[in-house]
Design a binder for this molecule. Structure first.
Ligand code: ZN
Length: 467
């Protein structure tokens, strides 16, 4: 059955060429198990569904009025004629400030203006490029060393330049390993020398030599992205890991900015949205624990339930499964499905569903069918404890006090949240979204756009000024 697109039309398989048609024909002859196709025991699923009434919309004074959406992208290109193995990569994180009130009033507009998208893409928060495969920083180094040197250099050069904070990615990495007002002094690094077994060596921002083998350790080795790099292959997955780390650091930078400069006003009314789940996959996965601790530390020093942080997934196995539930009217508009061990076991077909997610996720997945019928999978971090652990983690909504306000935003923004890619879509709603780029003053943006304070109108509210 074809999926419905955000526009309400049925999705058509893209470029169904000869090879994919042939593979589908073969697959049709085979028997295999697809969890999303097997909706069994709907009564036990219904027991895990909460109606919208269980999560009363927050009072007007607590409703979120703005979102800061972060979205990363990366691409790898062949850059030498006749040398197809030489690959160069480009990655960027974009961010946009979205005025939820204006977006709500514009949600009937479904057309995306390509010029607006181009503008958003050109206004990235941070961009970086590097040799990915078949090309090296210099002669005489292997590809792993080349990547390590490149990431170290990039993290020192590339800055998140909003509100004149001028924070290099390296500073944000140390911040993530500390607490919001105190970056860590060192980060733990496993020696990259294959012959050396030193683990968790404390490395300061300047780097240090390994006590055991003498190899120079970069603080960025803590990311362990180089462990996924090889001489053979395209190393595209390593570039994807790097991208996801940069998205996380952009989130840390922007949230900390509001925490520092407008803790009473902008922070408690802003939803930070990451495109995709709140998770760190692959070799940098240890950052998951850091992210959870960091935002929990921020929460313990913020008013009310702030900060409001969520990831939004619009594709994947759980989304497919949830769409089947919606199609069978098991999951109705306004319903929230609690994804406990039982549901996880069905969706991921895992034999250890109890410990699912504990190594990768720093938020808990819920399935929500918005009031307009769309299905979305938000990931939400708990204010204390781990969302997933060896014993099934925290599955119940009561452990996530920010959830009602997040569901409220999902309902109010309607289709805008559901089309692939948060930034282009948000930015396409020209009056509602403003790309955040180099030199942007986010607080001025909030103040002028949301509070209607004209920048030429003189007196800025002292709360908005930097401390
Ligand atoms: Zn060593």
């Amino acid at each position: 059955m074809p999926y419905e697109t955000a526009g309400g039309a049925h999705e058509i398989a893209s470029r169904l060429g000869h090879s994919s048609a042939a593979i589908r024909a073969i697959a049709d002859q085979r028997a295999f198990y697809v969890p999303a196709e097997a909706i069994q025991d709907s009564d036990s699923i219904r027991k895990r569904i909460h109606p919208r009434g269980d999560f009363a919309a927050p009072p007007v004074s607590e409703r979120l009025t703005a979102a800061l959406a972060i979205d990363g992208s990366h691409v790898v290109e062949q850059v030498r004629d006749g040398l197809p193995s030489v690959l160069y990569g480009f990655a960027q994180a974009a961010a946009a400030y979205v005025d939820l009130g204006v977006l709500e009033s514009q949600k009937a507009e479904r057309f995306v203006d390509p010029y607006e998208i181009e503008g958003a893409v050109n206004t990235a928060l941070v961009t970086l490029d590097l040799p990915v495969s078949g090309a090296f920083t210099r002669a005489g180094v292997d590809i792993v060393t080349s990547w390590r040197e490149t990431i170290n250099e990039l993290f020192r050069q590339k800055k998140i330049e909003v509100n004149r904070l001028d924070q290099p990615l390296l500073d944000l990495l140390f911040l993530l390993h500390g607490v919001p007002d105190r970056p860590a002094a060192t980060v733990p690094v496993n020696c990259p020398n294959q012959a050396c077994s030193s683990k968790n060596v404390p490395v300061p921002p300047a780097g240090t030599d390994c006590d055991a083998c003498g190899v120079h350790l970069f603080p960025t080795d803590a990311l362990r992205i180089h462990e996924e790099v090889g001489e053979e292959g395209t190393n595209q997955s390593a570039l994807g890991r790097l991208m996801s780390v940069i998205e996380l650091l952009a989130l840390v930078g922007l949230a900390t900015l509001l925490w520092k400069q407008s803790r009473q006003r902008a922070l408690p009314t802003t939803l930070f949205i990451v495109d995709g789940p709140l998770a760190v996959f692959g070799t940098p996965a240890k950052l998951r624990g850091r992210a959870l601790q960091y935002f929990q530390a921020m929460g313990s020093t913020s008013p009310g339930k702030a900060p409001y942080v969520c990831g939004i997934e619009k594709s994947g196995a759980l989304v497919d499964y949830a769409r089947q539930l919606a199609r069978h009217d098991i999951l109705e508009p306004g319903n929230l499905l609690v994804c406990d061990e039982e549901i996880i076991a069905r969706v991921v077909n895992a034999n250890n569903a109890r410990a699912y997610g504990k190594e990768t996720y720093w938020g808990r997945k819920f399935v929500y069918r918005a009031l307009d019928g769309r299905v979305v999978v938000p990931t939400v971090p708990p204010p204390v404890g781990a969302p997933y652990d060896d014993n099934g983690g925290k599955a119940v909504p009561a452990d996530y006090p920010t959830l009602p306000a997040i569901l409220d935003v999902i309902d109010r923004t309607g289709s805008s949240m559901y089309v692939d890619g948060i930034i282009p879509v948000a930015a396409a709603h020209g009056k509602a979204a403003f790309p955040i780029g180099v030199g942007t003053d986010v607080l001025r943006l909030v103040a002028t756009k949301r509070l209607g304070l004209d920048s030429s109108g003189g007196q800025a509210d002292p709360v908005w000024s930097a401390s």
